[in-house]
Design a protein around this ligand. Structure first.
Ligand code: XIL
Length: 371
C-alpha cells in the first residue's frame, strides 16, 4: 500500500528553536524590520557576470511584475521557474491533462531576456499536488504491477517535459530532495516505497535518454555544510556514480533559516564534491534577515554571507552558478511559512521590498566587479 503525506511533522528540536525565535523576535524587530538601502553607480552587475563562465540566477514566478524585467536586465543571467515546472504544477492529477501555460510563459520570458533556464524539477517525492500529481498513490495502489506502472509514469513524464523544452532547457534538477526534510534518512516517498533507492538512478537514465545533451543534477538541501547531511549526500552521490547513473552535477539549495553557515565548511564541501568530478551549483540561496539579528549590522552581515558564498563558488572550478530563490523582499516563500521562519519580513534577497538595492546587492556586485 503506497502512502503519501504532506508536510512532515516539525521535530521537537526545530520547534523549540522556532519557538525561541518567536519569543525573542520583539527584541530584535527594530534592527531587522527596516530594510537598509544603498546607491549603486557604475557598471551593471549582469555585464560583469556575463564576462565569466558562471551564472547568477533567480527563481521566478511572476514574469509580468516590473521587478522581473529590471532584475533580468541589470542583474541575473539565469532563471529557475520557482514552481511552474514541478510535476504537480504541470499536471495536478495523472487522470487529467498537462497544462503548460505557466511554464511556457516563464520559459518564453527567459528567452526574451536572454537568461539560461534551470529546469526544476522532474522527480520530487514531497508535497502531493505540488511536487507530484495528487492521485499518484491511488494509481499505484490500483496497479497490478506498481513498479512497472511507476516506471511507465516516470518515463512518460520525463520524456514529455524534457522533450517539450529540449531547445530551451539544458540544465535539469532531475531528482529533488531524496532525503527527509528534518531527519537524516532517505525520504520514504511514493517513488522510494515502490522502487527503493533505484528510483534515483532510474530517473537519471530516463532523463539521459529523453535529452542526451542536458546536464543532469540531483538537488538537495545541505545545511549546514558540515556534518551528517553533507556526508550522507556525498555517500549517495558516490553510490550513484558507482552504479553508472548518468549524473552530471549536484545542486546545493542553501536556504539559510536557523544559523549563519560557515564559508570554510562550504569550501571544504565543494572540495569533496570536486573529487567526484561533478558540476556544482548553489540553487536556492536565501537568508532570513532574522538569522543575522545578533550581528551589529544585520543587513551588512547578510551581504557578507552572500558575497562569501559567491566568492567561494567563483574560486571553485567545478561550480557553475549561484541562484537566489527570488528577487525582492516582497515576493518570497520564507514569509509564507512563519512556523518555520518566524522573522517576517525576512528580506532574504538582494533587492528590498520596493526593489531598492540592499547592501547585499553591493556586496555580491563587488564579488564580480572587484574580485
Ligand atoms: C517552494 C516555493 O518557493 C514555494 O512557492 C512553494 O509553495 C513551495 O516550494 N526546496 C525546493 C523548492 O526544492 O522547490 C521549494 O520551493 C523550496 C524548498
Amino acid at each position: 500500500m503506497v502512502r503519501v503525506s504532506g508536510m512532515p511533522p516539525i521535530p521537537l528540536w526545530m520547534f523549540a528553536r522556532t519557538a525561541a525565535n518567536f519569543a525573542l523576535g520583539p527584541f530584535y524587530k527594530k534592527r531587522i524590520a527596516h530594510e537598509a538601502a544603498v546607491r549603486i553607480d557604475g557598471p551593471c552587475l549582469r555585464e560583469a557576470v556575463l564576462k565569466r563562465k558562471f551564472h547568477l540566477g533567480a527563481a521566478v514566478s511572476d514574469t509580468e511584475a516590473p521587478s522581473f524585467s529590471r532584475a533580468f536586465q541589470e542583474t541575473f543571467t539565469s532563471l529557475t521557474p520557482e514552481n511552474a515546472l514541478k510535476w504537480g504544477s504541470l499536471r495536478k492529477t495523472l487522470s487529467g491533462p498537462y497544462d503548460f501555460t505557466d511554464a511556457d510563459r516563464i520559459v518564453a520570458a527567459a528567452g526574451r531576456v536572454g537568461a539560461r533556464v534551470r529546469g526544476h524539477t522532474l522527480v520530487w517525492g514531497k508535497f502531493p499536488g505540488a511536487g507530484f500529481p495528487l492521485d499518484l498513490a491511488d494509481v499505484l495502489n490500483n496497479a497490478s504491477n506498481p513498479a512497472a506502472a511507476l516506471h511507465g509514469i516516470m518515463e512518460e513524464h520525463i520524456f514529455t517535459v524534457m522533450g517539450r523544452y529540449r531547445d530551451s532547457i539544458a540544465d535539469w534538477d532531475v531528482v529533488n530532495e531524496p532525503f527527509e526534510l528534518f531527519r537524516m534518512r532517505m525520504d520514504d516517498n511514493a517513488f522510494h516505497q515502490v522502487l527503493g533507492f533505484d528510483y534515483i538512478p532510474l530517473s537519471f537514465s530516463l532523463a539521459r535518454k529523453a535529452h542526451p545533451s542536458a546536464r543532469l543534477f540531483l538537488n538537495e538541501e545541505v545545511y549546514p555544510y558540515r556534518g551528517k547531511r553533507p556526508a550522507e549526500l556525498l555517500g549517495l552521490l558516490r553510490r550513484l556514480r558507482d552504479s553508472g547513473a548518468p549524473i552530471d552535477g549536484v545542486g546545493i539549495q542553501s536556504h539559510v533559516i536557523t544559523d549563519i553557515p560557515s564559508l570554510k565548511d562550504l569550501k571544504g564541501f565543494l572540495g569533496k564534491l570536486r573529487e567526484l568530478d561533478l558540476a556544482v551549483e548553489i540553487t536556492e540561496l536565501d537568508a532570513s534577515i532574522g538569522v543575522f539579528r545578533r550581528e551589529r549590522d544585520p543587513f551588512r552581515a547578510q551581504g557578507e554571507l552572500f558575497k562569501g558564498i559567491v566568492e567561494t563558488c567563483l574560486e571553485c572550478p567545478s561550480c557553475t552558478g549561484v541562484t537566489f530563490w527570488g528577487i525582492d523582499g516582497r515576493n518570497n516563500w520564507m514569509d509564507s511559512i512563519p512556523l518555520l521562519i518566524p522573522f517576517a519580513p525576512n528580506s532574504p534577497f538582494l533587492y528590498g521590498r520596493d526593489m531598492q538595492y540592499k547592501p547585499a546587492y553591493r556586496d555580491v556586485r563587488d564579488a564580480f566587479i572587484h574580485p
